[in-house]
Design a protein around this ligand. Structure first.
Ligand code: PMT
Length: 414
């Protein structure tokens, strides 16, 4: 029986990491699954794993340097870059990710990454502080914007003694993504996903506002996952720092009232609504028309409640629409989420812990529970926002499949 990677040609790029030995398992399982694998080891990778092992496993010469093999045109970088169905970079170091993001081509692997048009799948592995560093995050964002894919990293004890995100994700999860990328299925093709994301800025005067710390990272992760599953994605975003995927339609707003208006305008054409924005619960009653001058006296602002966007649309939700909310909680996460489930007519609430390290506002990771009607709350471990988005969409897919109208027709009348 043909394996899941039958007739596929995969370049396995290995960089210097304590996890490099796991590349042998990856290579072995890819070959077992029918793939032709060409291993490429950077100089640093060769300090951790031997080219001979990978040659034995793949049955192909491993590539270890730019020069010296030019007599065989098959292993020249351009030839391989053309031949590949996928470049799998596992483990992918911070250095490789940085070079790929900047277009640096100073060895065989980075040169062929520039030359190939094949999909790129990075499985990062590095120290948690290196992973969290704004430079690494910006490089990952740049590559993602350009269409590269990332799987992991996992969170846990690292070789250096730190505990946090940075561990190479389990090879089974990497192989699952390889399978999906080589045989893309789009279970949400034809579905329209509407996501609110980011913060709100409620004006005090023309130069000041009341805001919050949402970065838009959670909304971005959700948008990327929805796109990966083939959906048409619109993000109504307040001010944010995380870049939004180019393939999503982005609607930029400032205030909660503007966000409500943008959501309402698209509500009838929405199949799946996800409220990830940190909507401002209050606004200044009468923002000042001119810049307030400091005169030493106490300034009192009157705040009035903003509309609740999720509740507003939840009350008119049709049976074929799915609505997912977030609950940002410092305590009693599941109880508060259960309350929001019914109050805002959500089908699923992602209760995330805020006010704790590595979870909630501005972080790359989140600690959450999935709370749905009639089911026991599912507690998830601390994971990257990308991984959480995958878990959320797995639940959404189950609900879509069970929906009374599994493939609604879009039209002006809806
Ligand atoms: O953007 P990041 O830095 O990545 O951070 C992500 C996040 C912490 C902002 C996100 O994961 C999150 O929890 N978003 C919801 C924050 C929030 O406003 O929670 P809440 O418990 O106050 O609101 C419950 C739900 O109602 C949310 O889905 C919210 O979007 C929605 N809501 C709230 C108030 C309001 N006026 N209108 C709403 O639609």
């Amino acid at each position: 029986m043909p394996g899941p990677y039958a007739d596929k040609e995969i370049v396995l790029g290995i960089t210097g990491s304590i996890a490099a030995y796991k590349a042998c398992e990856l290579a072995s399982r890819l070959v077992e699954g029918g793939a032709t694998v060409r291993a490429v080891l950077t100089g640093a990778a060769q300090e951790f794993v031997g080219a001979a092992s990978l040659e034995g496993i793949t049955g192909n010469p491993a590539i270890t340097s730019m020069f010296g093999q030019a007599t065989n045109p098959e292993i020249e970088h351009i030839a391989v870059a053309r031949w590949a169905d996928l470049f799998l970079l596992a483990p992918a170091s911070a250095n490789l990710i940085a070079k790929a993001a900047q277009g640096i081509a100073d060895d065989w692997l980075t040169t062929s990454l520039l030359a190939t048009r094949a999909p790129l799948l990075f499985a990062p592995a590095m120290n948690m502080h290196m992973y969290a560093h704004p430079a690494t995050q910006a490089n990952i964002a740049t590559l993602t914007e350009r269409g590269a894919h990332f799987v992991g990293p996992d969170s846990g004890a690292l070789a250096c003694g730190d505990v946090g995100p940075g561990r190479l994700i389990d090879p089974a999860a990497i192989l699952e993504r390889v399978r999906v990328l080589l045989n893309p299925v789009h279970p949400l093709a034809g579905k329209r996903v509407l996501i609110t994301s980011g913060a709100n800025h409620e004006p005090v005067d023309p130069v000041r506002f009341i805001g919050n710390r949402s970065s838009g990272k959670m909304g971005r992760a959700l948008a990327l996952e929805a796109l990966r599953q083939g959906a048409e994605v619109t993000v109504v975003t307040g001010p944010h720092e995380a870049p939004l995927p180019r393939d999503a339609q982005s609607i930029h707003v400032e205030t909660a009232a503007e966000m409500l208006e943008a959501v309402e305008a698209r509500w009838n054409d929405t199949d799946i609504f996800i409220a990830a924005a940190a909507v401002a619960d209050y606004r200044v009653d009468r923002p000042m028309a001119e810049k307030h001058k400091r005169d030493g006296s106490v300034l009192t602002l009157t705040l009035v409640p903003n509309p609740d966007i999720a509740r507003h649309v939840g009350l008119k939700k049709r049976a074929d629409q799915i609505s997912v909310g977030f609950a940002a909680e410092t305590h009693d996460a599941v109880r508060n989420a259960t309350d929001k489930l019914s109050r805002k007519n959500f089908d699923l609430v992602v209760a995330n812990e805020v006010g704790v390290a590595e979870s909630g506002f501005g972080t790359d990771t989140n600690k959450a529970w999935l709370v749905a009607p009639g089911m026991e709350a599912e507690e998830l471990p601390l994971m990257t926002k990308d991984a959480l988005a995958v878990r959320i969409f797995a639940r959404i897919l189950t609900a879509v499949t069970a929906s009374p109208d599994p493939s609604p027709v879009h039209g002006a009348s809806r």
